[in-house]
Design a protein around this ligand. Structure first.
Ligand SMILES: [Mg+2]
Length: 381
């Protein structure tokens, strides 16, 4: 079996797909979305495609090593997201070739269903804002029985904010706890927009409502700053959606910077590397909660890793992850869980017409130039 064709599609914002077809007609799908970098990401996939044509698609590890190491310059978000999408598509082909779900090729399932959390929160405390939050919460509970949610302190945060700004977020956090009760988990994503000092202050203010975790309290590049926050906070701190490969996760483990990690299966190096990162985390008693805020192919890839490692805690699930309109059978959330995928490969049947669209617009997908502070300086999204 040889790789015959590598195609790419851009059916929706924050969704770039890789389709690999073999000479005996097996088709594998992967997701190489790198938010905000559509054109460079797709160019990187094309360069990998030039190498892959004519090769044996089942030599997944060998191809991973080749793409990662052979160009001398390694890593980076563009190359790693491209490699991630290709890696997922190769695993999809392998699963279909052997007629088993991908997790069967990685040691078999370690669980029967995948626990997920949805995006929900209270951001706006006005009557209208509260009514909107209530409606979404009720709909999510009714539709999927979710038992865990994540929200952010939305908008721009400077290095220091006045008490009223902090109080508003704290009030919303306690109100969320009041609404959902003690049996439901609530987490917060600080989107790496705070200093260690401000993050610690806010974490201490919200600790009484018992958050599940706070994610990216500070930017991701500095493991010591992350540890500084962890050392001053009583509940788990999480990070990792913007870290790539085992080598970038290594310092977190070695200094004990966080309790939870969130590798992104479309950025960190695909199914192969996300599983290796999870295995690497295990002796540090660190659990994984794979990041997924893009499309359903990436989400399906996450679930294959979630199914195969013991130290999985919960899976992030943005609305688009379920694949409405993109998958023939969108993923179904019941009682806050998704049943283990049983179909071969990544476990879905894609709607070819929906998946093979090509947008020809390239809007900002996260943040962007409009996201500046009121003094004109750059703010974090
Ligand atoms: Mg995040």
């Amino acid at each position: 079996m040889k790789v015959a064709k590598v195609e790419q599609f851009y059916p929706a914002q924050r969704t770039r797909l890789v389709k690999i077809t073999t000479d005996n007609g097996i088709v594998g799908w992967g997701e190489s979305t790198l938010e905000g970098k559509a054109r460079s990401g797709m160019a990187a996939v094309q360069e990998i495609a030039d190498y892959l044509i004519g090769k044996d698609p089942l030599r997944i590890e060998h191809h991973w090593q080749h793409v990662y190491r052979s160009a001398f310059f390694r890593g980076g978000a563009i190359l790693m997201s491209a490699l991630s999408g290709v890696d997922q598509a190769l695993w999809d082909i392998a699963g279909k070739h052997f007629n088993v779900p991908v997790y069967q090729l990685m040691g078999g399932a370690t669980r029967d269903r995948i626990r997920v959390y949805a995006h929900w929160g209270i951001g706006d405390l006005s009557d209208e804002g509260l009514a909107k939050s209530r409606t979404r919460l009720d709909a999510l509970v009714k539709k999927g029985g979710y038992k865990a949610f994540k929200a952010g302190p939305a908008g721009k945060w400077r290095a220091q904010e006045p008490p009223s700004r902090i109080d508003q977020f704290v009030k919303a956090a306690f109100l969320m706890r009041e609404w959902v009760g003690p049996d439901v988990e609530i987490a917060f994503d600080f989107h790496a927009k705070m200093t260690p000092g401000l993050a610690i202050e806010i974490c201490n203010e919200i600790k009484g409502m018992r958050p599940m975790f706070v994610e990216e309290p500070v930017p991701q590049e500095n493991a010591e700053a992350m540890k500084q926050v962890s050392d001053h906070v009583t509940f788990p701190i999480a990070t990792g959606e913007r870290l790539l490969t085992r080598w970038e996760f290594r310092p977190l483990f070695e200094i004990g910077a966080v309790s939870l990690i969130q590798p992104d299966v479309s950025h960190a190096g695909g199914i192969s590397e996300t599983k290796r990162i999870a295995n690497m985390a295990e002796p540090y008693y660190v659990h994984i909660m794979p990041h997924c805020a893009i499309g359903p192919v990436a989400f399906a890839s996450c679930m294959q890793v979630d199914a195969s490692v013991p130290n999985f805690l919960i899976q992030e699930q943005a609305d688009a992850c379920l694949g409405e309109g993109m998958l023939e059978q969108p993923w179904v959330v019941k009682d806050g869980h998704i049943d283990l995928p049983k179909r071969p490969g990544l476990g879905f049947e894609i709607n070819e017409r929906a998946a093979q669209k090509m947008l020809n617009v390239y809007p900002e997908e996260l943040g962007g130039e409009h996201f500046h502070e009121n003094d004109g300086s750059v703010a974090d999204w």
